[in-house]
Design a protein around this ligand. Structure first.
Ligand SMILES: C[S@@+](CC[C@H](N)C(=O)[O-])C[C@H]1O[C@@H](n2cnc3c(N)ncnc32)[C@H](O)[C@@H]1O
Length: 287
């Protein structure tokens, strides 16, 4: 992808063909990603091109680039995906790009992940199980369960703003702990922490293989006998290059083999499946 390609796309956008333009950009960036150096250059060229100002009229892309909370994939961004509602009040041009980017397969996979989490939680809550959500964000999967959740139900997240959303929604019914999950997990077993369901969705995609293994082993230590640990991780997909180049959103993509190896190295049994989009791998583990 060169400046000339971006010039052509810029004209396309200005002619009112921004949805087609975004789709072309996604395909071209995806192709460029085959070659690491070329992709790095394509990313730099895009971010310095006037086309990027037009692309950033999309509130979803722009929020990701801005990282208002200082880290990628914050809960506000994830809320935009869940609600299919832009933050702020984009003009028609930005709105039309938003409608395309928010509908992409990766975003759909995140919405399906929420559906999965809702089912997981409602079964646990209905059965009176204890639950620990690691890197829980706004815990949107619990929104329909207000008044039904009972302690022990713990959410750990590093982001104080996200935790106040949970406290405002659930009051004292949920223990919301502000901590780095690694630090918290290191002392949790000593503090007598033990849960029937321990899960983490949207965190492992930021961990390298060594960190994932450490995290899995630590999390497994707070799983009660007969309980389970559930993780979900993105598989590579056709929008990943757009996310990286235009949204500065880099994930660690994994295969079933990677997830199986991780479970094995952690000394855990596992069961795996993919969602209907094929973009997210779910891994349930138990001792
Ligand atoms: C992509 S969001 C997912 C939130 C939620 N699980 C969901 O599925 O909607 C990732 C969350 O992980 C949290 N996070 C990232 N690294 C963390 C860490 N090391 N310790 C605690 N929380 C972390 C962020 O604050 C953010 O809320």
């Amino acid at each position: 992808m060169t400046s000339t390609h971006y010039d052509q796309l810029y004209t396309e956008f200005l002619n009112g063909n921004q949805v087609k333009g975004i789709e072309e950009l996604v395909v071209r960036l995806h192709d460029a990603r085959e070659d690491g150096t070329a992709f790095h250059q394509a990313t730099e060229a895009l971010r310095n091109h006037k086309l990027f100002d037009l692309v950033r009229k999309d509130p979803y892309t722009d929020h990701s680039m801005q990282r208002p909370r200082g880290y990628p994939g914050d809960a506000e961004l994830i809320d935009m995906i869940y609600r299919v509602e832009p933050k702020g009040d984009p003009d028609d041009f930005g709105r039309s790009i938003f409608d395309r980017t928010i509908a992409c397969g990766a975003s759909e996979a995140v919405r399906q992940r929420l559906k999965f989490a809702r089912e997981l939680l409602s079964i646990a809550v209905a059965n009176g199980q204890s639950v620990c959500s690691l890197a829980g964000g706004h815990l949107r999967e619990g929104d329909d369960l207000v008044g039904q959740i009972q302690l022990p139900f713990t959410v750990v997240d590093q982001d104080a703003q996200s935790l106040s959303v949970i406290r405002n929604t659930h009051g004292d019914a949920i223990e919301a702990i502000e901590a780095n999950v690694f630090n918290w997990l290191r002392t949790a077993p000593r503090d007598g922490r033990s849960y029937d369901l321990v899960y983490s969705l949207g965190l492992t995609d930021y961990l390298d293989a060594r960190q994932l293994l450490v995290f899995t082993k630590l999390a497994a230590k707070i799983v009660a006998p007969g309980g389970k640990l559930v993780l979900a991780n993105f598989h590579d997909h056709r929008w990943s290059a757009y996310m990286e180049a235009a949204m500065d959103w880099y994930l660690v993509y994994r295969t079933e083999e990677d997830m199986a190896q991780n479970a094995k190295d952690a000394g855990l049994n596992h069961r795996m499946f993919r969602d209907a989009t094929g973009y997210i791998i779910y891994c349930e583990m138990w001792v």
